[in-house]
Design a protein around this ligand. Structure first.
Ligand code: HEC
Length: 194
């Protein structure tokens, strides 16, 4: 009798054991699923947030080819502008390629470095960005938002395009320039270049 009971008990225990082991595995798998899908969701929402902020920040205007010539090229979105800004005594700088191309864009910059350039105007090489890049206004972004922009920029298709410059005040720019001119020097713009 007692043998019978203990055998019953053992077999019940065995089932619980198997069930527990099974639950353990399922639990681990479930936890892994939640964690990975959690990361995917937060990465997607970071990209969405970055996209929204980039649209609001007008980055497209100064960083997309053709924009200031009246025909922005959507296929080269944020691929770098051929129209530079002249700042008296500072020279001319062009909105660089913000896509993750390693040679001509931000491919070798870390997320932190991109966020710092946007909000503090400091490039990884220590050069301060010209005020034509409105980093003093972007200084009000939270770190999280600046990093969301960096995440979005890193998600863009990389494209090769090296913008000219920057040129010092005594150097001759090699592409179009927006500059402040006295009224007598201003004349109507001709047709956009082909
Ligand atoms: C009014 C024009 C303008 C707007 C708007 C603008 N930028 Fe810029 N940006 C520039 C110019 C010009 C430079 C280059 C300045 C220099 O080289 O000193 C620059 C430089 C940068 C750099 C440094 C890249 C490098 O290779 O040195 C980053 C990063 C950047 N901008 C990101 C952004 C982002 C993101 C936005 C939108 C949130 C934005 N910019 C909006 C004009 C602009």
């Amino acid at each position: 009798m007692s043998r019978h009971v203990s055998r019953l008990w053992l077999s019940a225990f065995g089932h619980v054991g198997i069930w527990l082991a099974g639950f353990g595995l399922t639990g681990v798998a479930f936890a892994a699923f939640v964690m990975s899908s959690g990361n995917a969701v937060s990465e997607t929402s970071q990209i969405e947030r970055g996209k929204y902020l980039v649209a609001l920040g007008g980055c497209n205007d100064c960083h997309t080819p053709g924009y200031f010539l009246g025909k922005p090229d959507p296929k080269r979105f944020l691929g770098g502008s051929e129209v530079g800004f002249e700042i008296p005594d500072l020279g001319v700088s062009y909105g660089p390629n913000l896509t993750p191309d390693r040679e001509t864009g931000l491919g070798q910059w870390s997320m932190e470095e991109i966020a710092t350039a946007i909000t503090n105007g400091k490039r990884p090489d220590g050069r301060e960005l010209a005020p034509s890049m409105p980093w003093k206004a972007f200084a009000n972004l939270t770190r999280q938002d600046a990093l969301a922009i960096a995440t979005y920029l890193k998600s863009l298709p990389p494209m090769k395009n090296k913008v000219p410059g920057p040129f010092g005040p005594n150097q001759k720019p090699t592409s179009f320039v927006m500059k402040v001119v006295p009224p007598e020097a201003a004349k109507p713009a001709g047709p956009a270049p082909k």
